[in-house]
Design a protein around this ligand. Structure first.
Ligand code: AHR
Length: 507
């Protein structure tokens, strides 16, 4: 048995949480669109061909924003191909994923899907093969009410009201040699500044995301961010961050600690942005859009064998295990702890391709293991983050150094009058006793302790066994005047929800 102590106080509010921290991402990639969100003829599909079972699961996750349409796909995407009469749209070769894109689902259809899903879209622009002119035309097509060539074209396509997309990504992973049209930091920074300027001339309220490094191992990291921001600091609002985690060597202690890399990544990029801020003597702060993150490695070998140039190929179909869910949980805790600087984050992705939601031809959609930590964080992690001081033992790891057994964060929802403790026990051997003081919070009662644990770290949910890994209520938490005492099983994701008389009001 190992034990940890946590100290918190109702006065120690760290930061409000931007709801967009629980965003996601759908790319024209694999079966995300064709066979995922869109499958005409499926028993649950509506008249437009959108799967009702998928929509229901997306609504359950309460995803406030979805990044679209890529990803690598966007860097050679001609948006004009995806609008207008469907029968006249061209079939294109998608060079990023070596697939055929029929353009059956395009911008306006996907915007309708987003409305049904109760989410907003965050649109990525093609700054790979295209640039300034294309970007200014697209924003006019999407967001101008009418009376100009591009907005009238949208109206002629049956979309009378402007979409009003607020957040725009200035390209995708432009530092990556794999990207169609990749650029040096100087070239990209200049382009982002000019595109950003035009978009803000159109509407100063738009929120713009400049491309940061594709991952923290890139040879240009983090000089890329410094150079790019030198060019476009005054124009953009966020710098993007992307990270994918893998357990290729089947080394669980290292894999479970990979969220420490996410933590270092955020601190480094926030610091780099602040370095440019200081150099420019600016009063403006650039925040982070962590707009791609997840576990991704299970499908890589299968993907290498996939036949090219088909519509909706089976690509990136990772089947997630229980241990992946723990890593996703640690990442969600990390994002919440950094909610002062991370304002947007997108779990990559949402349906079928590296996704919490899976479908198979004909049958009902199911929840992968990683669905659950995301569901819990999105449902109960809204409001604000409380400062906590945590004392807990750690283990030594060759990649990450000293790793605490406990990964945790506490959030308060003033409206609901609740406190939520999110906690992962990384130990594969020992239960962890958590004792927390609840300074200034009185009359606290336990609402529930939700627990995801499994004797087999490799357990997964599949079409035939969709509920093998699913949460249950634990009875190992007590709350009284002296605080909270809980036992967290070995390798577990825990969500401990309290209602406190004073959680809603300031002292
Ligand atoms: O999410 C899958 C891919 O990962 C995206 O297309 C790309 O941006 C990243 O490399």
């Amino acid at each position: 048995m190992i034990s940890a102590r946590m100290f918190l106080d109702r006065e120690f509010t760290k930061t409000p949480i931007d709801n967009r921290l629980f965003g996601s991402f759908i790319e024209h990639l694999g079966r995300a669109i064709y066979g995922g969100v869109y499958e005409p003829g499926h028993p649950s599909s509506d008249a437009e061909g959108f799967r009702g079972d998928v929509l229901e699961l997306v609504r359950e996750l309460r995803v406030p924003i979805v990044r679209y349409p890529g990803g690598n796909y966007v860097s050679a995407f001609n948006w004009e191909d995806s609008v207008g009469p469907a029968e006249k749209r061209p079939r294109r070769l998608d060079l990023a994923w070596r697939a055929v894109e029929p353009n059956t689902v395009g911008l306006n259809e996907f915007a309708r899907w987003a409305k049904k899903a109760g989410t907003e879209l965050m649109i990525a622009l093609n700054l790979g093969t295209r640039g300034l002119d294309d970007a200014r035309n697209l924003v006019e097509y999407c967001n101008h009410p009418g009376g100009s060539a591009w907005s009238d074209l949208r109206r002629s396509h049956g979309v009378k009201d402007p979409h009003g997309f607020k957040v725009w990504c200035l390209g995708n992973e432009m530092d990556g040699p794999w990207e169609v049209g990749y650029k040096s930091a100087d070239d990209y920074g200049k382009l982002a500044a000019e595109v950003g300027k035009s978009l803000k001339l159109f509407d100063p309220k738009l929120e713009l995301v400049a491309c940061g490094s594709s991952n923290s191992a890139m040879p240009t990291y983090p000089q890329w961010e410094a150079t790019v921001l030198e060019h476009c600091y005054d124009t953009v609002d966020y710098i993007s961050v992307h990270s994918y985690f893998k357990n290729h060597d089947n080394d669980l202690p290292t894999f479970l600690a990979d969220s420490l890399d996410m933590d270092r990544f955020i601190t480094t990029i926030a610091g780099t942005a602040d370095f440019v801020k200081a150099k420019k003597k600016s009063r403006k702060t650039i925040n982070l859009s962590f707009d791609e993150w997840n576990v991704w490695f299970h499908s890589r070998d299968a993907d290498a064998l996939a036949a090219p140039w088909t519509v909706g190929p089976r690509l990136l179909e990772d089947v997630y295990t229980f241990e992946d869910a723990l890593v996703v949980g640690c990442c969600l805790i990390t994002l919440l702890r950094h909610a002062d600087r991370v304002k947007v984050a997108c779990l990559a992705q949402l349906v079928n391709t590296i996704a919490p939601i899976m479908t198979d031809n004909g049958g009902p959609a199911w929840r992968q293991t990683i669905f659950y930590p995301f569901l819990h964080a999105s449902s109960f992690g809204r409001g604000e983050v409380l400062e906590t001081l945590v004392r807990c033992p750690s283990y030594e790891n060759k990649v990450h150094g000293e790793v605490p057994y406990l990964e945790s964060v506490v959030t308060r929802d003033r409206e609901a009058g609740t406190l939520t403790v999110f906690a992962v026990n990384r130990s594969a051997r020992d239960e962890l006793t958590l004792e927390a003081t609840l300074g200034g919070f009185e009359k606290c009662e336990l609402i529930e302790h939700l627990l995801l644990s499994n004797p087999d770290p490799k357990a997964a949910n599949t079409r035939d066994a969709p509920d093998r890994v699913s949460p249950r209520r634990a009875d190992s938490t007590r709350v009284d005047k002296s605080g909270l005492r809980s036992v967290l099983p070995r390798l577990s994701w825990n969500v401990i929800r309290l209602r406190c008389a004073e959680a809603g009001s300031p002292r």
